[in-house]
Ligand binder design. Structure first.
Ligand SMILES: CC(=O)SCCNC(=O)CCNC(=O)[C@H](O)C(C)(C)COP(=O)(O)OP(=O)(O)OC[C@H]1O[C@@H](n2cnc3c(N)ncnc32)[C@H](O)[C@@H]1OP(=O)(O)O
Ligand SMILES: CC(=O)C(=O)O
Length: 531
């Protein structure tokens, strides 16, 4: 039997700290989730805020091919006022085919939170569900705090579920609202509920014990056929169950199917899409879809995956739209270097001194603070230099940067460089907006006569990282520069205790790389005279 996917990114997901989605964001995510193949998309709580009301109004114009839109809310506030309850009315006005309402199934919440008796709570649930159902809507019942409630008083918890079922609920969704349950508890309780009710059971887990995904899978193993969660696990406190991991585990490891999702190659892009809309950096360590999920650093690992990827990878990354990566660091062996070289289309000898020297050279540089993840152009130059394919196109013989700041007048930052190209020496000064800009301008001014090709490139990104924080202002810094030519970008690195020196190294690598890729030739004396 296919398992139903119920996405609550737009409702419970937005209850997470720092998460905020506009109406337009919610509409975009809804379309993406439909395209991916969710069965149900919970859009929000219509009567709780104007944004969600507007969302449901605008969502009526969306054409969803697969997903059914759901609105969410609580049971009525007062037993005496079911028909006119503003929350239930708001749910009906949202005009969604499915309505999900949550009710109390832990006795402490009924007595302390709502201040009503067991009898009254059962009636509140029954009458709220049947009211919505009588208006032709499919109603799902979220049994809030079900697992804690069941552990405390199983008869009470089961009675509330039965009230929802009698009212016409077509799914009983068991919520681990406080997120503290363990998989074996979920397993036993789901089995008991299935034995006592004849209605499909769902699971809604929170991640407070870091077990939301495991608990969702335990529920499925016990017989649940409907799973709630959010993309990337965003949500209240520590988040909701991460649907990305749940979907991948169920399809690839448990050999179970969903209604619409046929293959998982869109999983990584779905995760990135939601991060992008949330304006949040993607979690590199996220299982299945993170940038590091299949990144190998240890030399032993790389040596093995080059023979057979499955030796250190639990699945083929392509299945989820991700890719294998190999990192170069002080933990690298010859295999890492060979892998990276292959990736860059560079042929290295199988074994031998050259490879050993390269590994040692890289390890020394890493020890000094260099890092080549994000600075692959610098790494490529090292390989080509070692192989004898590359000689720097120029050499900065001297550099001086001055920063002049006077109260009441504009700062003047100036760089003076002595640059050698072949036998020629250029002595150049340039002003800039800040010392790095002055340096960049001076370098270009010095080189442009010899290499007009550098006109087309520009700095895209500039990052500084302090390497030995404890040393305060005398610490080493690593500068990572990204340069682009409008079509491609490339990263270079520099390290020094002097931020200007580190920036100059990264800038020089960047220009050298551009010239190297263009196969520019170092001008001869005659060519220079013709100029
Ligand atoms: C487990 C979950 O994630 S449930 C979803 C939680 N999400 C949210 O709360 C986000 C949206 N919520 C809101 O915008 C607001 O809380 C509203 C509009 C729903 C209510 O706002 P207010 O009327 O100001 O009430 P407030 O938020 O202070 O308290 C919630 C009220 O709901 C009542 N309530 C809680 N659960 C239920 C329930 N299942 N059925 C009926 N009433 C309930 C509480 O007893 C409390 O009532 P009281 O004020 O009479 O004590
Ligand atoms: C309903 C819900 O979001 C919860 O119980 O966690």
């Amino acid at each position: 039997m296919a398992i139903e996917l119920y996405d609550t990114t737009l409702r419970d997901g937005t209850q997470g700290e720092h998460i905020n989605l506009s109406v337009q964001d919610k509409l975009l995510i809804t379309e993406k989730l439909d395209e991916f193949g969710m069965d149900f998309i919970e859009g929000g709580w219509p009567s709780s805020n104007p944004k969600d009301e507007e969302f449901f109004l605008k969502a009526r114009k969306l054409t969803l091919d697969r997903s059914k839109l759901c609105s969410f809310g609580s049971t009525a506030r007062l037993l005496q006022n079911i028909e006119n309850d503003p929350n239930l009315q708001g749910l009906l006005h949202s005009e969604t085919p499915v309505i999900t309402i949550f009710g109390k199934t832990w006795i402490a919440h009924t007595s302390k939170g709502l201040g009503i008796s067991e009898e009254e709570n059962a009636e509140l649930i029954y009458r709220s569900v049947s009211f919505l159902h009588s208006h032709g809507r499919e109603v799902f019942f979220d049994a809030e705090h079900f697992f804690d409630g069941f552990k405390d008083n199983p008869l009470f918890a089961l009675r509330m579920l039965k009230a929802a079922a009698e009212g016409g609920a077509s799914r009983l969704v068991l919520c681990d609202t406080n997120g503290g349950s363990l998989p074996h508890e979920i397993d036993a309780i789901v089995r008991r509920v299935l034995a006592e009710t004849g209605i499909p059971v769902g699971i809604h887990s929170h991640n407070d014990g870091d077990l939301a995904v495991a608990n969702s899978l335990a529920a499925v193993i016990a017989g649940a056929t409907h799973i709630h969660g959010t993309i990337n696990g965003i949500g209240e406190r520590c988040g909701n169950a991460n649907l990305i991991s749940i979907i991948a585990n169920i399809m690839l490891k448990m050999d179970r199917n969903f209604t619409f999702v046929e293959h998982l190659s869109q999983l990584t892009s779905l995760s990135k899409f939601v991060y992008e809309i949330l304006n949040m950096p993607p979690d590199g360590k996220a299982p299945f879809v993170g940038r590091s999920a299949f990144a190998h650093k240890g030399g032993i690992h790389v040596s093995a995956v080059m023979k057979d990827s499955s030796l250190y990878e639990h699945i083929d990354p392509k299945l989820v739209g991700n890719r294998q990566r190999v990192l170069v660091s002080e933990l690298a062996g010859q295999s890492n270097i060979r892998y990276k070289a292959q990736e860059l289309g560079i042929e290295l000898p199988e074994k031998g001194e050259l490879l050993k020297n390269l590994v040692n050279h890289i390890k020394e540089l890493e020890h000094k603070g260099y890092q080549f993840d994000g600075a692959e152009a610098s790494f490529e130059l090292i390989l080509h230099r070692e192989l004898g394919n590359f000689n720097p196109y120029f050499e900065v013989r001297e550099s001086k940067v001055t920063i002049e700041s006077r109260k009441g007048s504009k700062n003047v930052d100036q760089a003076v460089l002595k640059v050698a190209v072949g036998n020629e020496i250029e002595h150049i000064a340039a002003d800039g907006d800040g010392p790095v800009n002055a340096l960049d301008k001076a370098l270009r001014k010095a080189l442009i006569r010899f290499y007009p090709q550098i006109k087309t490139i520009k700095l895209v990104d500039y990052k500084v990282r302090v390497l030995e924080e404890k040393r305060g202002t005398s610490a080493k810094v690593r500068v990572l520069i990204e340069t682009g030519n409008g079509r491609d970008t490339w990263g270079t690195v520099g390290v020094s205790t002097n931020i200007i020196e580190a920036s100059l190294q990264a800038l020089c690598d960047s220009m050298n790389y551009h010239l190297f890729i263009l196969k520019a030739s170092i001008p001869s004396g005659e060519e220079l005279l013709q100029d």
